[in-house]
Structures are given as structure tokens and as C-alpha cells.
Design a protein around this ligand. Structure first.
Ligand SMILES: Nc1ncnc2c1ncn2[C@@H]1O[C@H](COP(=O)(O)OP(=O)(O)OP(=O)(O)O)[C@@H](O)[C@H]1O
Ligand SMILES: [Mg+2]
Length: 368
């Protein structure tokens, strides 16, 4: 009965803020859920009997079913849908879990313990009007191929037109806040996120991250020895995608099932590849590791090999190339990020890659 609500929010923009449906005949539960909805800035539709609930069942973006009516509603066999939650006072008995299963509910939440979770879930409805963000993963085809630089540069370019976050999943990397000049900005890092167990709202994450204008970053504190926790990574990625137009993830090359899972959740997976024989041989192994990924494409840097030669050797399409950016280290040291100037070679290349990412990746063997 667990599910990731973030993978379901493919909404088109509704005219008004969508109203959640509260189904309960218990006045105390109704009042409490109305209070929590008010805290989240939404006004729920109320249904005091199961028949009434069925009329709004498919329309509501989220349905909170009181434990008092869960069995009666389940008996009516409503259509399966996402975003159904059973809410009860105090401890839950096992029969309520059975009713929850019959309703296709994502969970059974107890009040008052789950108050915060209910508010977060309802707060996210305000975010529902924005389409799901695009998640771009970047992994190095070989060590030092330029994956981290490319991830940060793409983030800087994307942030010109929409809310963007660059997510660091390489605990042995330089720290993306450092690369982007956000290391002195306060805000949530993985260190804090990995301590939390609740659901993250998209808005809460966006507002909590170190940020400059429309560009945020999720990374570790300098010198942190913390590692990634699967729960925190799934929640953070889900919330990041709901709250941003673009999410760029810097992925380490080290084999790790959690990293593979993150890679598989990316819409596009870019392999930063040095276009030399050794660079391409190494990239071919990385491509093989992610062979099933349908959005995988190579981005070349340096080296004498041509696009079609690299595409033939790896069996994967080449999306484009990034040029050598002069004084890159200096720009990073100055806190400006890799893209010091959007009209410079790296800035223009990233803008071009983002345009190409927005259209389907060409099939393998054809130079982009
Ligand atoms: N487009 C570029 N122009 C000039 N130098 C670059 C460019 N991209 C990367 N570099 C340089 O190459 C080096 C490695 O870059 P980066 O850290 O981005 O690679 P990586 O693939 O993330 O490495 P790792 O395997 O350590 O994760 C850095 O010194 C960086 O400044
Ligand atoms: Mg790196």
C-alpha cells in the first residue's frame, strides 16, 4: 500500500486550486481535517456518506477517507485511483488496513501523529498546477570526464527559464554547492534530510535548499561523512521533481544499487564522454550498465573521435558536445559556477543541449 505520490502528479493546469475530498461522518475528524486543510491553504469538499463521496471520487486530486466510513465506502467498490488515504484517530486496527487495501489507499494515517504529513500532502495540491519537472541525470563515462561540471552548467542554463535544482549524489565529489558558489548559503543539505522520516512537500524542499535566484542545490556539508539513505533520496527526488521545472542529478560512477535506481528514475541520462579511444571504451561500460535506460545519450568533450564513431562504438546516440571552457577553475573559485557567461562556449553548448533534450533523443548510430 505504499506508493510514491510524486510519480503520479502528471496534472494539467486546472482553472482553480483543486479541492481535496474529505469523507467522514465523524464531526470531530471532519473539524480536524478542515483545520489541517486550512493550514495547508486549501478548502476541502466534504462528504458525510459514501454515496456522496462516490460523486466526487475521481475528480478530487486527493481523497482523505475517515476510518469511520472506510468499510462502507470499500463495500461500494469505487474505481481504483491514486491519492487515496485513510485517516483515523489514534491506533489503527487491522480491519482498517483491509478496508484501505480494498480502496486502493496509499496508506492508513493516524491522527494526531500524522498531522504534519496531512498538511504536507494538502500543501502539495497547490503545487499540482505545475507540470512534473524534467529529471536529467549526468554520469561520467570515465573518471574526470566532466560530469559534475556538465551537471552544474546545465543547472545554471536551465535556471534562466525555470526553477531548477542540481542534486548531488556523489558523496566523494567536490560538493555541488562549492562548484556553484552556493556553499555559503544556508539551507537544507542531505545531512539534515537523511535525519527526517516524513513526507517532503515540493514547496518546503524548494524553499529550504541553498538557492540563488531560480537555481537551488542539494548536497552535503563540506567534510560530511554522511551517505545517502534510500528513503531520503526517493522523497527528495520526488519533491524536487514536483517543485522544479528541471532537476539535474550528478551521479557517481561507482556501482551502487541506489544510484542505479536514481538513474532509472531520470527522464534523460547523459553520459559525459571523453571522445578518445580510452574514454569511449570506458563510457561503453557505463552505457552497458544503464543499457535499459531509454533516455540515455552521450555528451562528448575533447578527443579526436567523431559523433558517429562514438555512437557506433557504444550503440548509444550522441546528443551533443561541450567545448573546453577557458578559465573554468577561476570561475568556480570566484563562486560564479562553470557558466560564467551564458554567451560563452559552455553556456551556449548547455542551452543547445537543453533544447535537444526537450525533443526526443535520436536513435543510436546517427550523429545528432
Ligand atoms: N567543459 C570543460 N572545459 C574545461 N575544463 C573542464 C570542462 N569540463 C570539465 N573540466 C575540468 O575537468 C576536470 C574534471 O571535471 P569534473 O569534476 O566535472 O569531472 P567528473 O566527471 O565529475 O569527475 P569525477 O570522475 O571525479 O566525478 C575538472 O578540473 C574540470 O574543471
Ligand atoms: Mg564528478
Amino acid at each position: 500500500m505504499t506508493s510514491d505520490p510524486g510519480t503520479h502528479d502528471t496534472h494539467t493546469a486546472p482553472a482553480a486550486r483543486p479541492a481535496p475530498l474529505v469523507v467522514t461522518a465523524d464531526p470531530a475528524l471532519r473539524d480536524e481535517l478542515q483545520r489541517l486543510a486550512a493550514a495547508a491553504g486549501v478548502t476541502p469538499d466534504l462528504a458525510a456518506d459514501p454515496g456522496h463521496a462516490l460523486r466526487s471520487w475521481t475528480r478530487a486530486p486527493v481523497v482523505l477517507v475517515g476510518g469511520d466510513l472506510a468499510h462502507a465506502l470499500a463495500d461500494l467498490g469505487p474505481d481504483r485511483r491514486d491519492g487515496v488515504h485513510v485517516i483515523t484517530w489514534g491506533a489503527t486496527d487491522t480491519s482498517l488496513f483491509r478496508a484501505g487495501l480494498a480502496l486502493g489507499a496509499e496508506n492508513v494515517a493516524e491522527l494526531p501523529r500524522s498531522e504534519g504529513w496531512v498538511v504536507e500532502t494538502l500543501t502539495d495540491l497547490g503545487e499540482a498546477a505545475r507540470p512534473r519537472g524534467l529529471v536529467i541525470g549526468v554520469v561520467g563515462g570515465s573518471g574526470g570526464a566532466g560530469a559534475t561540471t556538465l551537471a552544474c552548467a546545465l543547472g545554471q542554463s536551465a535556471a534562466r527559464t525555470g526553477d531548477t535544482v542540481v542534486v548531488d549524489t556523489d558523496p566523494l565529489g567536490p560538493g555541488l554547492d562549492r562548484v556553484l558558489g552556493l556553499d555559503r548559503h544556508d539551507g537544507f543539505r542531505w545531512d539534515a534530510l537523511c535525519q527526517t522520516t516524513g513526507r517532503l512537500s515540493a514547496r518546503a524542499l524548494r524553499q529550504a535548499l541553498p538557492r540563488r535566484d531560480r537555481l537551488g542545490v542539494l548536497t552535503w556539508y563540506a567534510g560530511s561523512t554522511a551517505t545517502l539513505q534510500a528513503f531520503a533520496v526517493r522523497e527528495a527526488l520526488s519533491a524536487a521533481r514536483r517543485g522544479h521545472e528541471t532537476v539535474v542529478v550528478d551521479l557517481p560512477r561507482t556501482p551502487d544499487p541506489l544510484v542505479d535506481e536514481v538513474a532509472s528514475r531520470c527522464d534523460v541520462l547523459l553520459v559525459a564522454t571523453v571522445a578518445t579511444v580510452a574514454g569511449v571504451a570506458s563510457a561503453a561500460r557505463v552505457c552497458a550498465r544503464h543499457d535499459a535506460h531509454r533516455g540515455l545519450a552521450l555528451v562528448l568533450r575533447g578527443g579526436p573521435l567523431l559523433d558517429h564513431e562514438v555512437a557506433r562504438a557504444t550503440g548509444k546516440p550522441v546528443l551533443g558536445a561541450v567545448p573546453h571552457q577557458r578559465a573554468l577553475a577561476e570561475a568556480i573559485d570566484l563562486g560564479l559556477g562553470p557558466v560564467r557567461n551564458h554567451r560563452g562556449p559552455l553556456g551556449r553548448a548547455c542551452a543547445d543541449l537543453l533544447v535537444r533534450i526537450a525533443v526526443p533523443v535520436p536513435p543510436a548510430g546517427r550523429a545528432a
